[in-house]
Design a binder for this molecule. Sequence first.
Ligand SMILES: *[C@@H]1O[C@H](CO)[C@@H](O)[C@H](O)[C@H]1NC(C)=O
Ligand SMILES: *[C@@H]1O[C@H](CO)[C@@H](O)[C@H](O)[C@H]1NC(C)=O
Ligand SMILES: *[C@@H]1O[C@H](CO)[C@@H](O)[C@H](O)[C@H]1NC(C)=O
Ligand SMILES: *[C@@H]1O[C@H](CO)[C@@H](O)[C@H](O)[C@H]1NC(C)=O
Length: 338
Amino acid sequence: MGKTNHQTWCSLCFVVIEPECSGSHSLWALANYIIGETPFPEFTAVVMLDDIHVVYYDSNDKQPVYRGPKPNGKIHDEVVQDGDYVFGIMYHHMKGRSFHLKHHFNLTGGVQVQQRLTGCEMLDNGEPALIMEKDTFNAIYTDQTLYYNMTHFTYDAGKLRPGYDGVRREYLRTLYGNVFLPICIRTLKRILKREKNVVMRKVPPRLRLIKKEVSGGFQVSCLAFGFYPRHINMTLLRDGQPVAEQELTGGEVLPSGDGTYQLRKSLEVSTEELNKRHNYTCTAFHLSLDNKLDVSWESGAERVHLSTLSVLLVMLLILILLGIFICVKGRRRTASQT
Ligand SMILES: *[C@@H]1O[C@H](CO)[C@@H](O)[C@H](O)[C@H]1NC(C)=O
Ligand SMILES: *[C@@H]1O[C@H](CO)[C@@H](O)[C@H](O)[C@H]1NC(C)=O
Ligand SMILES: *[C@@H]1O[C@H](CO)[C@@H](O)[C@H](O)[C@H]1NC(C)=O
Ligand SMILES: *[C@@H]1O[C@H](CO)[C@@H](O)[C@H](O)[C@H]1NC(C)=O
């Protein structure tokens, strides 16, 4: 069951931009087919290589739009040819399905949306790892799900269209295993070649330890930002001991909007606790680094600094007063002598 959950979770890779589930690189398409009046094209598809948006396709233009400079040459022609074939099938299949479901649910008028998440993953050695497809109707009904990881094939027709499991299962197994998977993997390799400077780049994180006053105390946050790829291990330590994950808030790796990622983990600390002397350390490890990165901060230290400073001030004041006293006394003595 754990494995199945993992798979289900993996199948949402695209949505949460979590490319590395089992493979080292992945190619995912998210397609929408819309029935009804909307400003959007009837069919749209966005293709992602790992977490990079690489191709956009819609039924108005019927021309794949690539990220960056327009590709050319033989490889490009082959990618386009495969794209036309796959997008064409997807378009017609989703259209047929949407109309069938619309009638099945007696949905007259309004807007109906059929969504499909489909793609493949590849291992480091270039071998295919899996192919997957998941359909959703009107964002509520999970329609069919298909999963093939080279040893196991699972097909769930969903609850929407029962009736023809056995034959359909075999048909889909052959179609996905022998036709779509090879196409997906070779497209993945070609696009990977083109985008390798982007998806294979390594940008180290910058790390900050931030203390902020919040109601009821303080928040100590560990912030890593500007890194790529998204995988990072970051922990907050108190006096050298990792703070338990359940004590921390945040912890979700988020895109920064510039192609890099950020991660924040925060700990609530009472004012009382903060005044105690603790050593807070934020430590991170990332693919781009040879060694772990860390920043430390000692709580309760300001108080010490402040008292040291006041002692110094008092001493200075005493010295000044003493100086004035001696000066005045000396003058009196000279005055009385004359
Ligand atoms: C759709 O309408 C038909 C006939 O009006 C009815 O038999 C069927 O149960 C309805 N289906 C749903 C899902 O409401
Ligand atoms: C494929 O999935 C099955 C069932 O989840 C699992 O037992 C098997 O180990 C997987 N195979 C590979 C190569 O990952
Ligand atoms: C705080 O702890 C870290 C790691 O445990 C250590 O590297 C650092 O020197 C300590 N800092 C202080 C001020 O004690
Ligand atoms: C993070 O830690 C886990 C478990 O210790 C390890 O498997 C993984 O490779 C680490 N990732 C990075 C980027 O260091």
